[in-house]
Design a protein around this ligand. Sequence first.
Ligand code: SAM
Length: 333
Amino acid sequence: MLYVEILGNLPSLAKSEVKALIELADRRFKIAEEDYLLLAIRGNERAFPFLDRLGMAHEYGILLFSAENVEELYAKAESIDWSEYIAGTFKVDRETMRNCAHDVENLEKKLGAIIYRQGFRVNLSNPNTLVRVYCGKKLWVGIRVRFFKAKTFDERKADKRPFYKPIALPPRIARAMVNLARAKMEILDPFMGTGGILIEAGLMGLKVYGVDLRRDMVEGARINLEYFGVKCYVLKRGDATKLREIFPDKTFEAVATDPPYGSSATLAGRKREELYEKALESIYEVLDGYLSIAFPADFNAEKIAEKIGFEVLEKHYQRVHSSLDRYFYVMKT
Ligand SMILES: C[S@@+](CC[C@H](N)C(=O)[O-])C[C@H]1O[C@@H](n2cnc3c(N)ncnc32)[C@H](O)[C@@H]1O
C-alpha cells in the first residue's frame, strides 16, 4: 500500500491527479480509502516514477498500516519488523489533520520508543527514515518516500520566468493538467502562452508541442523552455482552431490547455464561445486520448464537447478571484 497527502486548496483536482498517475503506472492500482487529505492507495513501488510527477501533493510514501485508535496503533507497531523499512536513523513525525478524531498527544514519542526498542537510533534533526503518522478519522502510519518542496514550484512561477506575462497558471496546477491528460510520451498545448504547461511537461521528460497565435508568445515560450532546460519541443505560431493545418500528419496522445478567458488582447478580437467551440473541434481532430482544459465557469463546455464527440469525464471547480471562476475538465476522444 502507498499513501499520498494531497494539497487542501483544490482537493478534488488533486485526488484526480493521483488517480490518473497511479492508473498510468498500472490500471489495477486504485485509491482504496481517503481520510481528509490522506489517500490510501492499493499499489506498489512501480507507481513511484509516476507519483514523482505530482503537482498537487505535499508528499507520498509507503503505507504500513492504519488503526482505529491509538492502542491499536501501538499494538500494530509492536508486531511489525521495522528493519524492513528503516535504514539508519529515524524520526517519527505526526500530521494532525483538521478532522483528527484521536488524542495524539505524545504519540510520536510513544511510537518512537517502540521502534527504538527494536534497535533503531533516533535522529531528530536529520533522520535517514521519516516515519509519518497521520491523524484523521483513523490513524495512518507510513514511511515518507518523497516530499514536494513548495519552493521548487515557486521557482517556476510566471514572474520568475525570463519571459513574463500575468496570464499564466500556477506551476502546480499546470502540472496537474498535464497529469490529468495522462500524457506518457508527449503533450500538445494549443494556447501555450508563456509555456507554463509545457515547462511542467518538459520537466517530466515529455516531448512538448506548443501553438500560439502571437509571435511574441512563441518566442517567449521558447526562451522560457530553454531557461528551465527543456530541450525536446516543437513550437509553432498558428491558430488553435486550425490544428490539422499546423500538424497535417500528427495525432497526439494528450492535450492540456488553458484558453484565453476573455480579455480582448488574448482573444484576438474573436467571440469567446465561438473560439472555444472551434478550438474543441480542432483539438478533437488531432487527439486520440485525453484532453484537460480550463474554461470560465459561465461557459457550458459539456454540451458542446459532447456534441463534438468528447466524453466528459470530470470537472473541478475553482474560484480564482471575485471576477473569475473556472472549471478544469477532463475529456476523452
Ligand atoms: C490564458 S493564455 C495561456 C496561458 C498559458 N497556460 C501560460 O502558462 O502562459 C492564452 C493564450 O492563447 C493565445 N491565443 C488566443 N487565441 C488563440 C488562437 N486562436 N490560437 C492560438 N492561440 C491563441 C493567446 O495569445 C494567449 O497567449
